[in-house]
Every structure is written in C-alpha cells, then in structure tokens.
Design a protein around this ligand. Structure first.
Ligand code: NDP
Length: 264
C-alpha cells in the first residue's frame, strides 16, 4: 500500500491542490517578515509561488524567514521597503517584474499603528498611520496592477475594526482600514474586466508580535471572542491562499471577516 492510498479521495485532492495551487506564480507580500505576513509568505511559497516580501526594519526576521522557506524547498526573498515611501514601493515592484518577468499575486499586508483615542494621537502618529495603512496600500495596488497577469489577484489585509469598534482607542486605525475596504470594493470594477480579482481580508484578534495572545490585553480580548481564542497567522494565510488561487475566482470586491465571531 502506498502512502497516498492511506488517504481518502478528499484528502488526496486537498493535499495535491495545496502542493500545486500556486506553482509558477510570482507573488509580492508587503510586511512579510513577521506576524500575519510571514504566515502568508510561508503558505504561498509552500504551494509553489516564488515570493518576494518586504520589511521595514526586521532584517534578522527576514533572513530567518528566507532560510526557513528555503529549507522547506520553497523560494522567498526579502527586500527592505518602507510602505510609506512611494518611490521605494514603485522601484520594488519594477525590480520584481524585471527579475521574474511576471507578477500574479499581490498581498498588501504591511500596516498597524498606534491605538489611542484620537485626541491623544500626535500629528506624527496620525500621519504615519495614514501614510502606511492607506497610502501605502493604495500605492502598492496601483503600481502593481498594470503588471499583473490576466487572472491575477490582489488581496489586502484590513481589519474588522473597519466597522467594529469595541473600545475607544481604535477610531483612526479603524478609519484607515475602512478606507482599504472602500478602495477594494471600488477597484473590483476597474480590474474585474481583466480577470483580476481584489479582495480585503479583515482579521479580528490574531496572535502576532503586534497583538500577542499572551500579552497584557490577551485575557480581556479573549473573553470577547465567541470561539474563546485568538486566530493564528496560518488561519489567515489559508484564506489568503484560497483567494489567490483558482477556486477564489468569483470572489471579488469583498471584505471577508476572519475573527472567530469577534465582531458579531
Ligand atoms: P506585526 O507588527 O506583527 O507585523 C507587521 C508587519 O508589517 C511587519 O513585518 C512590519 O515590518 C510590517 N510593516 C509595518 N510598517 C511597515 C512599513 N512602513 N513598511 C513595510 N513594512 C511595514 O503585525 P501583524 O502581523 O499583527 O499585522 C499585519 C497586518 O494585519 C496589519 O495590516 C494589521 O493592521 C493587520 N491586522 C492585524 C491584526 C492582529 O490582531 N494581529 C488584526 C487585524 C488586522 P517590520 O517588522 O520590518 O517593521
């Protein structure tokens, strides 16, 4: 009996589909060295894509991720790009296309910000959040779109905080994520005729360096999540992989919550 004969037909299909889902594709993931982005890099590379990811400051984590992916037989390369710097984004995308000859999947994940009531945010904190979360996402999408193959995929990482405000410290962060949801909805009309889909994944609490499940707010947050736990980067990456694949072709312009019911 061969190993594959121990699997059910369904299991074989899933296994085979995962192995080959993104073979031959070139992907860009912004903010990929840590957290949710690193899960997406690992997943797309494991499924056959050549992945370039950006990082702002996390060079050691980027090097470690390259090595992990390579040891698993995949192909991922990190480049330093500040998503708030328009010229750096434009140059990075041009260099990927020049090197790989194509671009199939773009995941705009870089983001974050300072959670405080609006009245307590400094001018610098406000400008930075708008520059990275809104303008960085817009620039990534608009510079990448002309290079995308027909049938290409754009996926943004927003947040359920685009519409769900469980506290008094998320107004500006939520505004930036709401802007992403609007951009994605509108741009589905622009890109759909080329067979390119664009969708927005909206996580609730996910265990990452920015929002550790074991952090000071962990227990209080967990109590508000119906399934009683934080999400994992692997769970978010699985949704991104589905949207990036053939099976996701009819999902377009959507904002998809992945939050264990947190925003219900
Ligand atoms: P982390 O802080 O763990 O990781 C963020 C990543 O984004 C890092 O790799 C960081 O790079 C990168 N990044 C931040 N700013 C820039 C920039 N200016 N240019 C390039 N890269 C940048 O955060 P998460 O993984 O938790 O978050 C990832 C995304 O998911 C964000 O958009 C966040 O808003 C969203 N999100 C997260 C949730 C959560 O609970 N974790 C919930 C909802 C949404 P570097 O390390 O080099 O600084």
């Amino acid at each position: 009996m061969t190993a594959s004969m121990n699997l059910t037909t369904d299991q074989q299909g899933v296994t085979d589909g995962r192995e080959h889902r993104h073979a031959g594709k070139t992907a860009l993931v912004t903010g990929g060295a840590r957290g949710i982005g690193s899960g997406i890099v690992r997943r797309l590379a494991a499924e056959g894509a050549q992945v370039t990811f950006t990082y702002a400051s996390a060079k050691p984590e980027a090097d470690a991720l390259e090595a992990t992916v390579s040891a698993a037989g995949g192909d991922a390369m990190g480049i330093q790009v500040d998503s708030a710097d328009r010229a750096e984004i434009r140059d990075a995308i041009s260099s990927i296309v020049a090197r790989e000859g194509r671009l199939d999947v773009v995941v705009s994940n870089a983001g974050g910000g300072t959670l405080k009531p609006v009245q307590e945010l400094s001018d610098e904190e406000i400008d930075r959040m708008i520059a990275v979360n809104i303008r960085g996402t817009l620039d990534t999408i608009r510079f990448a779109a002309p290079h995308l193959q027909d049938g290409g995929r754009i996926i943004t990482i927003g947040s359920v905080t685009s519409t769900h405000f469980p506290n008094d410290i998320s107004s500006l962060y939520g505004m930036t994520k709401g802007a992403i949801a609007s951009l994605v909805r509108g741009m589905s009309r622009e890109l759909g005729p080329r067979g390119i889909t664009i969708n927005n994944v909206q996580p609730g609490p996910v265990d990452t360096p920015a929002n550790p499940a074991s952090g000071p707010a962990g227990d209080a947050l967990r109590a508000t999540i119906p399934v009683g736990r934080f999400g994992t980067v692997e769970e978010v990456a699985a949704l991104v992989s589905h949207l990036a694949g053939e099976e996701g072709a009819y999902i377009n312009g959507a904002s998809l919550d992945i939050d264990g019911g947190y925003s219900a």
